[in-house]
Design a protein around this ligand. Sequence first.
Ligand code: 5GP
Length: 212
Amino acid sequence: MIVVLSSPSGGGKSTITQGLVAERTDCGYSVSVTTRPPRPGEVDGVAYRFLTATEFERRVQAGDFVEHAEYDGHRYGTLASELVRVTHGGQHVVLDIEVVGARQVRERFPAALLIFVVPPSGAVLAQRLRARATEGDDVIAGRLQRAIDELAAAAEYDFVVVNDEVGSALRAVNAILDAESRRTSRQRDFAIMLDRLRAEVATELVRAVTAH
Ligand code: 5GP
């Protein structure tokens, strides 16, 4: 299953995504590609793979991305090879991406599960943004403006989770994944499994009637 998590900056989706892949062995993180410079402590290939603008564009032209978008003047994208890597390992692949990219994923993979994480209030969002010492007032104002637009896209998602407290938000996302993965339409071998079960029950029936 492809799982997309989006939220406005400061909404908390990155913490939830990290919690999800740390807690669940059935989930793997899709490492995005970006042209933005690494932040202090960011290692290439862990949260992101850092590419030059030229190399990014070359890969766009080569059709390597399942989605890509621009955010704060930098380009971000998900490589098809990354989805293949995680899903071939038998895991759900979790994408932490913004709304333009999420729309592209939905277009290409209609069965993708889209979850939008919202802050409990505007004040909490602003406070979380201010708490990140790395960002100045103009950046914060820009992010709040952007949040207004991004929140408008929440209705396009399958689920919305209020991130009041990260533990309960994480539990909510876990519950969504658990329920969603049990959907009959997502059971790859559903028909085979049902046939087997029916045959087993039929065997039991024969046993029951021949026992007397
Ligand atoms: P940041 O630079 O703060 O890590 O991320 C900025 C925004 O880009 C976040 O909303 C994040 O979810 C989004 N983002 C990260 N990777 C991707 C990606 O591969 N594709 C898209 N469309 N957005 C991404």
